[in-house]
Design a protein around this ligand. Structure first.
Ligand SMILES: [Zn+2]
Length: 111
């Protein structure tokens, strides 16, 4: 999987097509990503708390981004801002992931 947590991706399909967001979580086994503000689902939560005088019930809907499949997103290069593919290199000039368009390294250099 070429996309990691912290990358910016653009959604290619569905209701969120064209939306860009930061990857909050990568799930390599499932090939899925959780992207900030994308594929929002509402989760209804209900909490019952026992208080001194009686019971207080709190309820509400919490919005959270559901995972999207990696085939529905494309990486956005932070430098050239193009939708790009990742090139992997391991050599003396650098190693890791690079933007296919502008050769910008996508990973922080290791020191
Ligand atoms: Zn680039």
């Amino acid at each position: 999987m070429d996309i990691k947590k912290g990358d910016t991706v653009e959604i290619l399909t569905g209701a969120d097509r064209g939306t860009r967001g930061v990857v909050l979580r990568a799930m390599p086994k499932e090939e899925r990503l959780v992207v900030e503000g994308v594929n929002l689902q509402k989760k209804h939560s209900r909490q019952t708390t026992q208080t001194g005088s009686g019971r207080a019930i709190k309820s509400g809907a919490v919005e959270f981004p559901a995972p999207v499949h990696i085939s529905n997103v494309m990486l956005v290069c932070p430098k050239c801002e193009k939708l790009t593919r990742v090139v992997r290199r391991s050599g003396e000039e650098g190693r890791g992931r690079f933007c296919k368009s502008c050769e910008n390294p996508l990973d922080a250099p290791r020191k």
